[in-house]
Write a protein that binds this ligand. Sequence first.
Ligand code: ADP
Length: 324
Amino acid sequence: MTLSGVARVAFVGSRRIFASHLPSMQSYTPAFSRQMSVGMKSVTDRLRDSGLLRTQGLIGGKWIDAYDGKTLEVHNPATGEVIANVSCMGGKETKDAISSAFDAFNSWSKLTAAERSKGLRKWYDLLMAHKEELGQLITLEQGKPLKEAVGEVDYGAKFIEFYAEEAKRVYGEIIPATLPDRRLFVLKQPVGVAGAITPWNFPLAMITRKVGPALACGCTVVVKPSEFTPLTALAAAELALQAGIPPGVVNVVMGNAPDIGDALLTSPQVRKITFTGSTAVGKKLMAGAAGTVKKVCRVSLELGGNAPCIVFDDADLNVAVNGA
Ligand code: ADP
């Protein structure tokens, strides 16, 4: 993964547009570290008070522990401190999340785009209303500076707003027929349950960018955020519930990535996989999706490397820092 060594400094790749982690804990003086801890406590307290610090998975509208009770630690990359212990889920929980999404698809897909748009608009409003808290949460678990993190909330929320509007304009097409007694037309329909697997560098925006269009056209989703940054995903899902998006439309599971991935790939109920992450994992997902013949157009992969920024001894440091 990307949380060690030189890659921790900065990423400027095609996929990772820009995401920087703070330097490792050793770079801070003990006093600064203490300051961060005190700050972290009050931030987490505030998030807890506002109901946005969720640590369980979301299945069928219910917050659920891993079935075997396992948890995993989420760390603040700036200090190494544990922010929270979240449910460490696997294949069983994912299968249940898929079933919930499949059930919810029946009713969600039958709403008009305008009706779905109302829920999405409300979700957008809530994301924006909680911009500061969500930004703090992103900084806490992902490590990017607060200004960038708050900027990500803006950027990420806008996907929900955009698709809420755009889904009303999913027009069909009439195709000139080759035979005189035929009429050909294209009708666009939601495919069903979509599995969305997202990376750590944009913990909110990579989710809203996948979930926004899916929900807008009538699909339901099972989201698997990165185990490094699940808290933002869970907070966003909490706000989706508060926005009145029906139970089961958005589900979130995190924990054992290969097990969760396998459950999504092998389920015939999952009709679409959307993934942003490494090329190596993307290749595995594409191969796995072939097993249930998920159509090529139903596997969307945004892949890239970690694009480390290496600064050599003789480099002009000011230029390097600006470039990074
Ligand atoms: P990055 O370097 O951006 O973290 P990864 O490909 O390692 O990229 O991770 C992106 C997402 O893919 C994360 O949510 C991670 O947990 C998930 N992931 C990793 N391995 C698998 C797998 N075998 N099946 C499904 N998801 C996986």
